[in-house]
Design a protein around this ligand. Sequence first.
Ligand code: D5M
Ligand code: FE
Ligand code: ZN
Length: 548
Amino acid sequence: MPLEGAARIVDELTSRGYNAEREAVTLIASAENPAAVLERVVEDVAEDALVVRTDHVETALSAESSSNDSVPQSADPVGEHPSVSTGDNSTSVNDSGTQSPGETKGSPPPDDRSRPATDQASTAVDSPRSTSDVDRSSTGNRSADPELRSLEIDGDMTGESTGTGEYDDFVAVFRDRLERLGSKLKGRVNHRPATAIQSMPGGSEAGMVGLVNDVRSTASGHWLIELEDATGTFPWLVMKDREYADLVEELLCDEVLAMEGTLSDDAGIAFVDSMYFPDVPRTREPSTADRHVQAALISDVHVGSEEFMEDAWNAFADWLYTEEADHVEYLLIAGDMVEGVGVYPNQDEELEIVDIYEQYETFNEHLKSVPGDIEIVMIPGNHDAVRLAEPQPGFDENLRNIMSAHDARIVSNPSTVTLEGVSVLMYHGVSLDEVIAELPEEKASYDDPHKAMYHLLKKRHVAPQFGGHTRLAPEERDYLVIEDVPDIFHTGHVHKLGFGKYHNVLAINSGCWQAQTDFQKSVNIDPDAGYAPIVDLDTLDVTVQKFS
Ligand code: D5M
Ligand code: FE
Ligand code: ZN
């Protein structure tokens, strides 16, 4: 859709007294009949709403589509999965997650992966491997005693889903988010409930902890941020020339933060003096394993796609049998095992295997080529046959039976797996698309996916924004809150490889095993396919192995 269309939509909405989220505008612009959708949105949106949000547009789009049969892709993202499961409850839940203080600056991934990344100890190896001379005995031949291993799962919500999708569930999940992230902030500000601030006299000093309800610019270029807590809302003004103005462009709706400031003379608004994020303490020291042992962190295998890179996968599997990989004892797969069916429009044109179960059967065959003495942990992604809304429970019994070759631990997206004391928060990464779309390029981009991950760590939430790309399932508890700081944060989804450290947390976005699709070509996404980042669990150093 030409920009002119989007600009016209913004004008039209403004003339009717509404601001709009960027994504909401894009969504209207890409509708078959933008004018009709805009009318419907304006009709439906609450009288006192200031901002047209993506969820408003989605509601309007689905109303439109039920009357004219044209379903825009984003209006019904859940519908087409052939098998939607809520999973079972086969994994034990226990409390781990350590945090203690440290400080590191982040570093970009190697641009040229045949060279080590500079400001952290990492190396990249770039030699295509021969596949001919490997003896794939099914058990593998790792030299370490398997008794030395330990693997604990935390935060797996498989089988724990309580949400029914009712309004009350949404209230509950946001309340839980505010309470748990708010408690990380309350010691830092002298906070009051919104209703108490509303009755303070002009000129008072005030502090508040709340969810970001709305961010908009004022006519004079300042920023108005509406914070909401359990009692109500209060508007906070960030002056454009204040040091905090730069942080405003990082904000996502529904994230939790704290503000301090001074009430205006008429007490109707507060001028922000300081802003606090839940964040990761800078002084945190990560836990490490007591011995030299490694984990391969991969994602986005996309078996069933014509672009699945079988040769690269086989080269990876073969490498796992070599002496060089002797210390790789864990394999974590962060979602998109298969290509799925009906995930994106026209996806069927690039399917090698059209049956979803056959896709998982073939994936299972590929799992078989991984040495049997490697522990595997898997979470689902947006291409997998589980519900699309997050948190996504682990695969159901039927799919577990199909993927049984390797006795993999199958847990929800997100989950935390602790390997010999090193906690790894695994999350597929759909919200990264949103972070990258909303934040300025230098703060988050597809080329540096780990930097987008830093923002999720700073917000202590894997998918803060409700109503955009990321579908959120309302549960009693917000499983997407990053309650304990992990030692490693592992995501995928954007098909780009990148890693670096944020306040000593190692953030790794795996690449993929799928060559560029037609869609990716059309939007200039150049995937990093056929790489396996390998982490030393005793030092948290990263080595990238290349198999394509
Ligand atoms: O998505 C891989 C990446 O590509 C992720 O950043 C989303 C984006 N992507 C891929 N296909 C599409 C379509 N058809 N529309 C919008 N965005 C897309 P993955 O979901 O892992 O395939
Ligand atoms: Fe993917
Ligand atoms: Zn994905």
